[in-house]
Design a binder for this molecule. Structure first.
Ligand code: SAH
Length: 213
């Protein structure tokens, strides 16, 4: 596992690309500038790690495009020590970004192979999420709720009710909603029963799958 000056140079260029595409949050940009994305990917794709593209990882899943990771992270408006739930741990890249932002991170993955591999890998890299869970993200993590923010990193055919219910008041849920393509959607909880909804552009994710444990 090596991170070289060459990789650091490519990361800096990636950050420039993200700035040109409209990402403004300094902490998000600095997290991306710091995290060795190439180590989160299969070595055959290593040379492409700093292109603004999604790539395949194990178990037919993908590591999200850096722009998407940055866009979702920015929408969360995290403060240090915020309690965040991520659905879809995958490669752990987004998890690492959330850790760099100073959040207390909880993350759920339904693929056993990825769950095990990523858990080990994140700890090797020195990232310490609060809790990595093997399970079904549709249910959230009721035993650790409520959360300041929830981020869903797979395409959800509908908004799972438990996730809305596990937000604090003023908490934010960022979720791509749709089947083939998804609309990035932000819900802000205004009270026990009221949610504000904002929609952003179209994105494309692997599907959030139900019931296969
Ligand atoms: N955040 C990841 C994105 C991985 S792709 C990254 O940065 O690499 C989406 C992930 O969501 C996949 O790993 C997939 O296995 C997982 N996933 C799909 N449905 C899920 C569910 N119901 N619960 C938890 N994880 C799920």
């Amino acid at each position: 596992m090596k991170d070289t000056l060459r990789h650091a140079g490519m990361r800096k260029q990636l950050v420039e690309v993200l700035i040109r595409k409209g990402i403004k949050n300094k902490s998000v940009l600095s997290a991306i500038n710091k995290i060795p994305r190439h180590l989160f990917m299969d070595s055959s794709f290593e040379d492409h790690a700093y292109q603004d593209k999604a790539f395949p990882i194990a178990a037919d899943q993908t590591i999200s495009q850096p722009y998407t990771v940055a866009f979702q992270s920015e929408l969360l408006q995290l403060k240090k020590d915020d309690k965040v739930l991520e659905i879809g741990t995958g490669s752990g890249y987004q998890t690492a970004v959330l850790c760099e932002l100073g959040a207390k991170v909880y993350s759920i993955e339904r693929q056993k192979e990825l769950f095990k591999k990523t858990k080990l890998f994140l700890s090797k890299l020195g990232y310490r999420p609060k809790y990595l869970s093997f399970g079904d993200g549709y249910k959230g993590l009721v035993e650790h709720a409520p959360f300041d923010s929830i981020i869903v990193t797979a395409g959800a055919p509908f908004v799972p009710k438990p996730l809305l219910g596990q937000l604090k008041v003023e908490g934010r849920l960022v979720i791509p909603v749709g089947d083939d393509t998804q609309i990035m959607t932000l819900f802000i909880r205004k009270s026990k029963t009221e949610f504000e909804k904002h929609e952003f552009g179209e994105f494309r994710f692997v599907p959030l799958l139900e019931d296969k444990n």
